[in-house]
Design a protein around this ligand. Sequence first.
Ligand SMILES: Nc1ncnc2c1ncn2[C@@H]1O[C@H](COP(=O)(O)OP(=O)(O)OP(=O)(O)O)[C@@H](O)[C@H]1O
Ligand SMILES: [Mg+2]
Length: 249
Amino acid sequence: MNMNVANSSTTPLIELDRVSKRFGGLQAVADVSFSMRSGEIVSLIGPNGAGKTTLFNLITGQLQPSEGVLSFEGREIGNLKPHQRARIGFGRTFQISQTLTSMSVLENAMIGAFLQEKELAAAAARAQHALTLVGLDHAAKRRSGELTLGERRRLEVARALSMNPKIVLLDEVMAGLNETEVEEIISLVRKLNAEGVTFLVIEHNLKVVRAFSQRVLVLNRGQLLAEGTADDVLANPDVIEAYLGRSGQ
Ligand SMILES: Nc1ncnc2c1ncn2[C@@H]1O[C@H](COP(=O)(O)OP(=O)(O)OP(=O)(O)O)[C@@H](O)[C@H]1O
Ligand SMILES: [Mg+2]
């Protein structure tokens, strides 16, 4: 490609170059390469066990790749720990909720804020702002254990946002939510994206994938099987086969 690395408009926000992860004999992620531009909303789909969450863990540093190179804004980040990646611009949610139920909603949101702010008051202000963005500001003092599932998911998004991220990775944040709650999260993602936040989203609900993805990546058995618009990818016979082949339909 003819590009100047110093030019931020052409440098990808994140780039994976032949990234792999093995767990013993299991190749969970195999030779995956892709990049994302700032401002994109990209969905990552694929059957259960395809390696989606493992790929997220490699991107945000919970796991180290067996092979391959990860870059953020043109800089290699493979040696950075999760909190260091959070500090330079990664926010994420976890498939298994990490909400601390005995703490208040505000305190949970402050866990993210402390990565950026040393002072209590500044962290609280940042967390409060993130709660406002997800529509949970009124619930700041409530115990997190009292929240509905939909509210808890929005709290997890708030915790990611309180780090003031450039890119947010959402791991099945809509799972188990009703249609209204799903709509709320879709509008939230669109609103934040309009304000400049880039999103990589693991999502099983294909209606949701169609609704907001500018681009879709399909992972199957650890490999990138297809990449394109939602319409193209979801009509791809290999993708249909990968889904139906696993679910037995
Ligand atoms: N820490 C680990 N140790 C060993 N095997 C693992 C580990 N984490 C994931 N795996 C395995 O790697 C494969 C990919 O798992 P992963 O959780 O990334 O899939 P996924 O696409 O997120 O699936 P789902 O849609 O069910 O969330 C699976 O076979 C899983 O059992
Ligand atoms: Mg997963």
